[in-house]
Ligand binder design. Structure first.
Ligand code: SAH
Length: 211
């Protein structure tokens, strides 16, 4: 099947599940085939995760759309992403917000994502190599935080980097299976919603899983 046809089929099915049109049109503007390895080119618009090397994956488009929608971005936010990976989710965030800070643990992935996003003309993105502390505290507070790797619990150090009315989405559970959790800060309160099951690679950190 041609890329064009699988692409139309993917967005047709996403339209039934994702109600935020801004999220879908941002995704439609981004060539996902450039974010997957050449051998997976033909699979770029299948609704499945794909290997991007180093034991990591680019997430399934439906999950990417669901997580992005949950952040309710209006365009003026400063967003933190943990787990740049291919940079695909980063590009979507860059389309929908004012500034994106993205942190990645694997230097090769951080470099290739940086080069690709630069080539595609994104100027509102900064990519950093992960350090011992999760996230990127010097850029805090963030209006939205998206974690694209699974954690055993919602890390306090990320809640601290979220603004007083900020929203965070993060997969929480075991190393192999998680629930997608949406955390909304309301001044001193924290509201938790469960958006359903998912499978992410583990978040590796002293505040999450061991390497
Ligand atoms: N959003 C990415 C998903 C990549 S998979 C995409 O669309 O392609 C998750 C990524 O999280 C991996 O690249 C992994 O190296 C990274 N990661 C794991 N632990 C991390 C940490 N503590 N800080 C930053 N990145 C981390």
């Amino acid at each position: 099947m041609s890329l064009q046809i699988s692409r139309e089929r993917l967005f047709e099915s996403l339209r039934h599940e994702i109600l935020d049109k801004r999220v879908l049109s941002a995704m439609e503007r981004i060539p996902r085939e450039l974010f997957v390895p050449p051998e997976s080119y033909n699979l770029a618009y299948e609704d499945i995760p794909l290997s991007i090397g180093y034991g990591q994956t680019i997430s399934q488009p439906f999950i990417v759309a669901l997580m992005t929608q949950a952040l309710e971005l209006q365009g003026n936010e400063k967003v933190l992403e943990i787990g740049t990976g291919s940079g695909y989710q980063t590009a979507i965030l860059a389309e929908l917000s004012r500034w994106v800070v993205s942190v990645e643990r694997i230097p090769e992935l951080a470099d290739s994502a940086k080069r690709l996003l630069d080539r595609l003309g994104y100027r509102n993105v900064e990519i950093h190599l992960a350090r011992e502390t999760l996230g990127w505290p010097e850029g805090a507070p963030y209006d939205a935080i998206i974690v694209t790797a699974g954690a055993p619990r919602v890390p306090d150090v990320l809640l601290e980097q979220l603004s007083t009315k900020g929203k965070m989405v993060i997969p929480v559970g075991s190393r192999w299976e998680q629930e997608l959790i949406k955390v909304t800060k309301k001044e001193k309160r924290v509201v938790i919603e469960n958006l359903g099951g998912c499978r992410f690679v583990p978040l590796i950190s002293k505040d999450a899983w061991e390497d």
